[in-house]
Design a protein around this ligand. Structure first.
Ligand code: ATR
Length: 276
């Protein structure tokens, strides 16, 4: 008998996670399943959680809209997940459910995977665009990884201030970010702006970009967003969104199995799937 993993969320029929975890299992030479467990929002979540317990999964992922709802069903919550206020990975250990958040760390690992020098250079000045759930995970993971110069720009500045807590003076409006762009080494777009079907949209104009800056977009549908296209036209280094998906899965897999699957060529393979 191999591992039994799964994903809960709604709607998730087109999720790429079964493909990714299938690849991981192949790569570490282990047997297992990764099932899609779609939970319609009209159903009772607590009833569904009872049923899920009976499945005796070794671990499962949690996606929209249940990343916060799941928290009250957990026996233990990891400190970072608690701080972020959302859980995307659950480990089942002796019948107890332990919750983690691998999204932000997944982003940081993906950045280090693509641009090795960023792992050493903690003095990099970072700009996060957006202050929603994704931004929060990435912000805390960057802080935990040793970066201290991080600013957050958001359409509503209050939300950026709220996310930053005691460092609220690091909040900016999108207009301020656009004008002051030349001070940043890494720019991370964390909102859904530019996602299909609004592919022409960009959150800010990149005209003031510093030479040599890295521009990253967590949107991966399309992969090559209008934001990244502009960055590329300005000769900056770009970082695609699907790599975060891969690395958040890698960290989840590691929590479940204790093994870190190798990532060689997965990035290109997933890119091909996304580009049809
Ligand atoms: P997620 O969990 O995917 O991050 P969220 O928590 O709903 O989603 O957050 C959405 C983020 O995208 C917010 O920062 C939001 O800005 P506001 O806080 O001002 O609403 C940002 N966002 C969404 N649509 C936007 C748009 N058209 N222009 C600018 N920012 C946008």
């Amino acid at each position: 008998m191999g591992y039994a993993f799964g994903l809960i969320g709604y709607p998730i029929k087109h999720s790429l996670s079964p493909w990714i975890h299938g690849k991981f299992m192949e790569r570490i030479n282990t047997e297992g399943t990764y099932s899609i467990i779609e939970i319609d929002t009209s159903r009772s979540f607590s009833q569904e959680m009872k049923k899920l317990k009976e499945k005796n999964l070794d671990g499962f992922n949690v996606t929209v809209p249940y990343k916060e709802t799941i928290m009250e069903y957990l026996d233990v919550i990891d400190q970072q997940a608690e701080q972020i206020g959302a859980v995307n990975t659950v480990l089942s250990q002796n019948g107890k459910w332990i919750g983690y958040n691998t999204d932000g760390i997944g982003y940081v690992r993906s950045l280090w995977g693509k641009y090795e020098e960023t792992e050493k250079n903690k003095a990099n000045k970072i700009l996060i665009l957006g202050a929603g759930g994704a931004a929060k995970g990435i912000y805390h993971a960057l802080r935990h990884s040793g970066y201290s110069d991080i600013r957050i720009a958001n359409r509503s500045i209050e939300k950026a201030e709220h996310l930053l807590g005691e460092s609220l003076e690091s909040a900016m409006t999108l207009e301020e970010a656009e004008h002051g762009l030349s001070q940043f080494d890494i720019i991370i777009q964390t909102t859904s702006v530019g996602m299909k079907p609004n592919e022409a949209d960009v959150i800010i104009d990149l005209a003031n970009l510093k030479a040599g800056a890295i521009v990253s977009d967590i949107v991966y549908q399309p992969l090559f967003t209008a934001f990244l296209k502009q960055a590329k036209s300005l000769h900056s280094s770009i970082h695609f969104g699907h790599t975060m998906l891969l690395y958040q899965a890698q960290y989840a897999f590691e929590i479940w199995t204790g093994k870190r699957p190798p990532m060689e060529k997965l990035d290109k393979e997933l890119q091909q799937i996304l580009e049809g």
